[in-house]
Design a protein around this ligand. Sequence first.
Ligand SMILES: [Zn+2]
Length: 183
Amino acid sequence: MTATSINGIDVVEDQPAQSPLTRPGVHVVFDKIRHLLLADGSEWYGCALCDYTSQNKNSILPHLKAHAPKKAPSSKAGKAITAVRPNRAPSSAPSSRRTPSRRADGGLASLTLGELVTRAQQTDQLREQRDAARAELKEALRQGNGWKSQVTELRAQVEHWKQRASVAERQLARVGRLVGASA
Ligand SMILES: [Zn+2]
């Protein structure tokens, strides 16, 4: 549980700390690091899992190792960021909606016109998502190369975006096959 007061001074604002990967258009936050504003106006960073706090954001990441599960480091890759939202208006997020799988031989013939239109729109959205994920991946890789203290976190971010890029890629390929579009 994140600290609700520090040295007797109340925490008046508690929100996810912003990741250095944030830039115009994409808001990226740490899910286990909180950015705390105290009643006296001072800013602190806190652990989301316990009441550990510090005014140095860089000391929270090493602290988080104390909470790390003992096994399967690969299983936590990709979970480091839970909240990533574009700053622009929300789209209908096709990735959260499972497209019913169809046999390849049934394919196009069994789609209604409405479904075709939907798929064509999805193609655009997916292409956009793939490009965004690729850009994130590139950025995470770039930062990961020169940033020793946050290597673990960044590696998780790299995995996260790598996964998003490949999921978008697969969806795009599937939708593209059905509507005859090319990426
Ligand atoms: Zn902690």
